[in-house]
Design a protein around this ligand. Structure first.
Ligand SMILES: [Zn+2]
Length: 299
């Protein structure tokens, strides 16, 4: 029996094969929980399998594509857009920011963008990829060890979990453990790809494929109230059209890179960042299923 890692439901239907590159993830299936609508890989890797896989994944990913100029511009530009979104939402909710905890800060683009707006925040982070520690320390991130989140006092105003939840074997437990230090009335920001299995040709390394109902359910189960769930970036229909005409898509991206710098982008983005991001419509909030799904909620 396949059990949903979120709601525990046992009624599932096959969505398709899990499309992998690594042998560790071979022979798996994508299934959809009929209760909460989460799509997930089955069978789910065990905790130790997944730890080993991720250790290898970092080694494979480094020196590949993560440090190119366009990847760096993409990450810094999109972090500025995310921060603008989060700060606007927090203002509306009346949540003031003193201490922020980010799970998986990566290269530190979100902390940079946030500190540019709110230089006085105390920024804590937990990152599994130790090669990023020096960079994060330089940005003023107080790095926490794996067991330190559980013992923090409940004084954190905002927890940021951006593009991490889809990599976890137990998303609910992950949310509960990592938001434990939130103060009463503190907020959580989550961003995940939205059902990226529908527009990508490879599913690896994601284990969970969220949409609004499943992410909403996850937040509700973790004790959050009234999550505001929003779609961002190109719509799935636009992404499907791009996939049908890869040459046209490549041409459009080239035009964006050339034209972006001379066109005015959203506030705070440099011309080169905007040139890289324009083709992703990252500044757009959409009413239909799109590339990214964001959620802000308080508890
Ligand atoms: Zn479920």
């Amino acid at each position: 029996v396949t059990t949903c890692p979120l709601c525990g439901g046992v009624k599932t239907e096959d969505v398709g094969p899990y499309r992998n590159e690594s042998v560790e993830l071979a022979g798996k299936t994508r299934v959809r929980c009929e209760t909460c609508e989460l799509v997930f890989v089955a069978p789910m890797p065990t905790a130790s399998e997944w730890t080993t896989y991720n250790a290898n994944y970092f080694a494979r990913a480094h020196g590949r594509s993560s440090d190119t100029r366009s990847a760096t511009l993409f990450r810094s530009g999109i972090a500025k857009l995310r921060v603008a979104h989060v700060l606007a939402e927090l203002d509306e909710l009346g949540v003031s920011l003193g201490t922020v905890l980010e799970i998986g800060p990566g290269h530190g683009e979100f902390v940079s963008a946030l500190k540019a707006q709110r230089p006085d925040v105390i920024y804590l982070g937990q990152e599994t990829d130790s090669s990023l520690f020096p960079k994060l320390r330089q940005l003023g991130v107080g790095l926490l060890g794996p067991d330190e989140i559980g013992v923090l006092p409940k004084t954190v105003d905002l927890v940021v979990i951006s593009h991490v939840l889809e990599h976890t074997i137990d998303p609910l437990r992950f949310l509960i453990e990592n938001t434990a230090p939130l103060r009463d009335g503190g907020a959580l920001f989550v961003e995940v790809p939205c059902r990226d299995d529908l527009y990508k040709s490879e599913d690896e390394p994601h284990l969970q494929f969220f949409d609004k109902p499943s992410l909403g359910k996850a937040l509700e189960m973790a004790g959050f109230i009234g999550p505001n769930l929003t779609y961002h970036g190109k719509t799935h229909a636009e992404l499907a059209a791009e996939n049908r005409s890869l040459l046209a898509a490549r041409f459009a991206r080239m035009i964006d890179r050339l034209a972006g710098p001379i066109m005015k982008g959203p506030a705070g983005l440099g011309p080169a960042e905007w040139g890289t991001l324009r083709g992703f419509a990252a500044e757009k909030q959409q009413s239909v299923r799109s590339r990214w799904l964001r959620a802000i909620a308080t508890r």
